[in-house]
Ligand binder design. Sequence first.
Ligand code: SF4
Length: 337
Amino acid sequence: MIPKTSETHHWSDELKRALVDPLSLCQQLNINPQQLPGGIEGLKKGQQLFKTLVPQPFIKLMQQGNPRDPLLLQVLPLGAENQAVTGFVTDPLQESKYNPLPGLIHKYTSRVLLTTSGACAVNCRYCFRRHFPYAQNSLSSSGSQAILDYLQKHPKVNEVIFSGGDPLATPDTRLATLVKQLESLPQLKRLRIHTRLPVVIPSRINTEFLNWVTKTRLTLVMVLHINHPQEIGAELIQALGRLKSAGVRLLNQSVLLAGINDQASILAELSEALFTQGVMPYYLHTFDPVAGAAHFAIDDKQARQIYAELLAELPGFLVPKLVREYPNQPAKTPLGW
Ligand code: SF4
């Protein structure tokens, strides 16, 4: 049965209304842009490299008048993004080496990643794919047969991961068709969706989405991307309720980010809030050294210290795995402490 939703507006309209001008964002939040590092000039310079995109439901979760708001800092362009820093590169995970077909990344033996969309509903300044060439690399409807052929030749693959961009920026008609095609491969057991869209536009979890989700024979896992407890608002809680009623298994991954969630108390609060809503903390990623985002990086010593404090504070099942992704490794690598 499809869980009931109260749909007053469509998520795609919300996407169209997203703010693309950082000055308007400051204005809406009653923040003087001159208070920000680099001022108005910094906003403009950061914006040239990676455009601003912030939907209204996410802005509503930010604090008025606070230039250090942890949600705002994730999306606000800064002049620091223009500084070249040694070791910070455009493709930190070297994904281009594992990209046998447009729209398909195959790094790990049993699972492949399909970039169903190059679009996102929010542009996170720390994104490790902020330079990814989506224009040449998103899955087109004509390319899905090539993907199916590839999967048939790789029978050890039993899980497909929808990624992006944000896969839920793809219309449901297209997702439903793709899922139907994937279901025809008996080797596939699971479909995993990595998404931040329900966090920034909770109305994405609507009847059209739940319609195909409740019909697929694949076990559906959704990995949300929430970095801070303030991101869990009332609308997201309702959306999570709909996902749980539809039988979707819910996990969360976060990125450890300087100035956002680099305190054990914040991460503990996040884990508690996730668990209360039926979402299991899954990964805490160390920062991928992507060019333009060095100001979010935390060194390993500090990461280990934060993690040790988190372990002391929470029961083990609420502690996400602290991991780093290395380009040439067959899985994510736990960061020892
Ligand atoms: S891929 Fe994820 S982290 Fe990157 S900009 Fe999109 S939503 Fe943000």
